[in-house]
Design a protein around this ligand. Structure first.
Ligand SMILES: [Zn+2]
Length: 227
């Protein structure tokens, strides 16, 4: 869901992930007629009006439009553009991992179980690619991962595997249906995002900074020799 702070009139642009301010970007309509934002004239108008937020990102490199509809009465928010919010990861993260992640985000609300299965696959790809553990069975790979990541991370990773199993494998008793709700699948998605940040993004940023500092040092040494 697009993060909007309606009171302070700010939102996180779902495309560039920057916080933006907005004002006057809302219109209230009832039965196709534009309505006053300050008051509801009838109960029916109050119950059935919607507020349409037309948000345009002010970041020059983005400038994309997001559209959010809310109902004061139902206290609900519907995202129209984009319908689903997900992180846009850089291409130094393998394509397969990014594809599984995006597909999981797209299916999360409608099929949390399918999303959990995709996130499990995503995790498997990450352990293989980032940690170089090539065990076929995810449970074995996770066992090998023990000690290479923090204890809370390891526990959460094993948890994701177990929840993802619900969608990936049939229970021994086929009549036993274990459901996963969207909030639980969303937590698994957040774990994958955290691991992508802590593993890939952090490594990339560390390498970039180290290369830069080494470059500064080299050019200083060259200048000293030259002078
Ligand atoms: Zn933006």
């Amino acid at each position: 869901m697009i993060e909007v702070d309606f009171k302070n009139e700010t939102y996180i642009c779902p495309f560039c992930e920057r916080q933006q301010a907005f004002s006057g970007s809302v219109e209230r309509t009832y039965a196709g007629v534009r309505k006053n934002l300050m008051e509801y004239r009838t109960t029916d108008e109050r119950n059935n009006s919607v507020n349409i937020y037309h948000l345009v990102c002010r970041n020059n490199e983005c400038k994309k439009t997001s559209i959010v509809v809310t109902s004061d009465f139902l206290k609900k928010q519907w995202d129209l553009i984009p319908e689903v919010v997900y992180r846009h990861y850089p291409d130094y993260i393998p394509q397969q991992i990014r594809d599984d992640y995006v597909e999981a985000c797209l299916t999360l609300d409608r099929s949390p179980k399918a999303a959990a299965t995709l996130l499990r696959r995503c995790l498997q790809g990450m352990i293989r690619d980032f940690h170089g553990i090539t065990k076929d069975k995810l449970a074995d790979a996770i066992n090998e991962l023990q000690g290479k990541v923090t204890a809370p991370q390891w526990k959460a990773i094993d948890g994701l595997r177990k929840v993802g199993n619900i969608g990936a494998h049939m229970e021994k008793d086929v009549n036993l249906i274990v459901d996963i709700d969207p909030d639980e699948a969303d937590k698994l998605k957040k774990l994958i995002e955290l691991l992508l940040d802590k593993w890939y993004i952090a490594r990339h940023e560390e390498e970039a900074l180290c290369t830069e500092v080494a470059g500064i040092s080299d050019s200083k040494q060259a200048k000293r020799k030259g002078s």
